[in-house]
Design a binder for this molecule. Structure first.
Ligand code: GDG
Length: 498
């Protein structure tokens, strides 16, 4: 069975380069290479578009089929409806949700155009796997064109409660198109439950808990918590100690013996960057004895800078970091460093390994891969501590982290203090539990599990079973650690959808 992956953005790999990005993009490419297949989506370029214009490039047994967007489509489909309406809505930020009918029409139009172009490329027994919120109505458009293949969808971001979804004009019309899939994958059980509730209350669907029935179709809705290339990241981090990257060497010089707290996020309001900086300031005010002994490094590569809310966040984060540094810093110590650029994966792995605390406090997040990368990068003999927002999907799996409410700056401040003071035995105990979970549910596990469910291999699981990864002790960790796998190359951002 050939695999067809559809995502908003498609990056065609260079002939000479093995793996351009890490994590998800590489995992999908590997799945495509194993089965042979097609990857369809937006090229990232803006141009004149004809309705079915598609450029095809062959790389081994994978065909990359891409189409450009017109400037009007980029504005309405991508910046407008996807990133100013669906993104904030799905992250529970109704106050930031900007709904424009024209944008919605543009969104539907691009999905229709993609369906038309894609339908001509599909073979009868292809498995079709659609990714993310840009492409919610795509399957329904494919069905209208007579495509009866098995179609799956994976939603990378949170799916909010029906009350929140219902605030979006035309929400019932939009979300009922989810029923055009055979399988819908969510990051967590909560997201899966929210979708099923929404389909029942907004669209009149019926459900037995495992499946939703709507419009004569039966759709399985399940959680599949996404993972990372644990072994690849572990190796990158271990190598960073043997052969320090330039940024890591520079960090050693500038930090000396000081402790480091690390945060890594796209510059996005869902990640809670500004409240986190404030919480770090709170921590230094609560514990003056820590001043001069620890710094926060926030890596925040710019993202979606054409969207006004992101430009505002850019300004705010500079302002807050500047104010806190001015109020709390010393001539020889800067409490907070915010760097707005992307580093290689290798450099990131080195930063994670060097940091005593991984501070991952999004206000909402589908999963959050940084939390898992931080764990994977630790030295098992002397690991750091993960402080994790309860509103990241990852918190459903990583209960041994210090779980915090990111809206409570005092709680976050005290968790930073607890993490910095945690005895080694407790750090090791927590690390071992967390490492066992992330390696048992790594990116390979996720891809295999999703594709097996989509292909209908084995009975579908009740919602929730997929989230409970086996808990494992140190022996299992050692075995997982020994497993050989190709290390991912340093990369630009891993995300295929943003
Ligand atoms: C969406 C969902 C879900 C960041 N800075 C640099 C860099 N990164 C990499 C990280 C990580 C990735 O980007 C970000 O992944 P997240 O999961 O944290 O967040 P989103 O981009 O919002 O992703 C999210 C994910 O989809 C997968 O389903 O977990 O909830 O929002 O891998 O390391 N990579 C490099 N340099 C950087 O400066 N190389």
């Amino acid at each position: 069975m050939r695999l067809v992956v559809v995502s908003n953005r498609v990056t065609i790999p260079d002939r000479h380069e093995k793996a351009m990005a890490g994590g998800l993009a590489v995992a999908l490419r590997e799945a495509l290479e194993q089965r042979g297949g097609l990857w369809f989506g937006w090229s990232g370029a803006i141009g004149e578009v004809s309705p079915t214009q598609v450029r095809q490039v062959e790389r081994g047994n994978v065909t990359y089929a891409v189409t450009d967007l017109s400037e009007a489509e980029r504005q309405s489909y991508y910046l407008g409806f996807s990133n100013r309406a669906l993104w904030p809505l799905m992250h529970y930020r109704l106050g930031l949700t900007e709904f424009q009918r024209g944008d919605y029409m543009g969104y539907l139009g691009v999905n229709r155009r993609f369906a038309r172009a894609l339908a001509g490329l599909i073979r009868p027994d292809d498995l079709i796997w659609i990714h993310d919120y840009h492409l919610i109505p795509l399957a329904a458009e494919l069905r209208r064109r007579g495509i009866s293949n098995r179609i799956g969808y994976f939603h990378h971001i949170p799916w909010p409660a029906a009350e929140v979804v219902g605030a979006l004009p035309f929400s019932a019309t939009l979300i009922r198109t989810m029923a055009a899939h055979d399988l819908v994958g969510m990051q967590t059980e909560i997201d899966a439950r929210n979708l099923v509730d929404g389909l029942i209350s907004l669209c009149g669907a019926r459900s037995d808990g495992r499946h939703v029935r709507l419009g004569g179709r039966r759709t399985a809705v399940q959680s599949f918590p996404i993972g990372i290339d644990v072994e690849g990241f572990r190796r990158l981090a271990a190598a960073s100690v043997r052969k320090a990257t330039t940024p890591l060497r520079a960090t050693r010089v500038s930090l000396g013996e000081r402790k480091l707290v690390i945060s890594v996020d796209r510059l996005d309001y869902s990640k809670g960057i500004v409240p986190r900086l404030e919480a770090f300031g709170q921590f230094l005010r609560n514990h003056p004895e820590e001043r001069g002994r620890v710094s926060l490094l926030q890596v925040a590569p710019p993202s979606r800078s054409d969207v006004p809310e992101y430009a505002e966040l850019d300004r705010q984060s500079d302002e807050v970091a500047g104010r806190l540094n001015a109020q709390l810093g010393e001539f020889d110590w800067t409490p907070i460093r915010v760097v707005k650029k992307a580093y290689s994966r290798k450099a990131l792995a080195g930063f994670y390994r060097r940091a005593q605390v991984g501070l991952v406090t999004p206000m909402r997040d589908g999963m959050n891969l940084v939390a898992k990368e931080y764990i994977a990068a630790q030295d098992p003999a002397d690991p750091g501590v993960l402080v994790l927002s309860r509103f990241a999907g990852a918190a459903q799996q990583l209960g041994e982290a210090l779980i915090v409410n990111p809206f409570d700056s005092q709680e976050v401040a005290e968790a930073i203090r607890t993490a910095l003071a945690m005895p080694k035995t407790e750090r090791i105990r927590r690390f071992e539990q967390l490492y066992a979970i992330i390696s048992a549910t790594d990116i390979g596990w996720w891809t295999r599990r999703y594709l097996a469910a989509l292909a209908g291999e084995g009975a579908t699981l009740p919602t929730g079973e997929a989230t409970s990864a086996p808990r494992a002790g140190p022996r299992r960790i050692a075995a997982a650690t020994r497993r050989k796998r190709d290390a991912a190359e340093p990369s630009s951002l891993t995300m295929i959808q943003s």
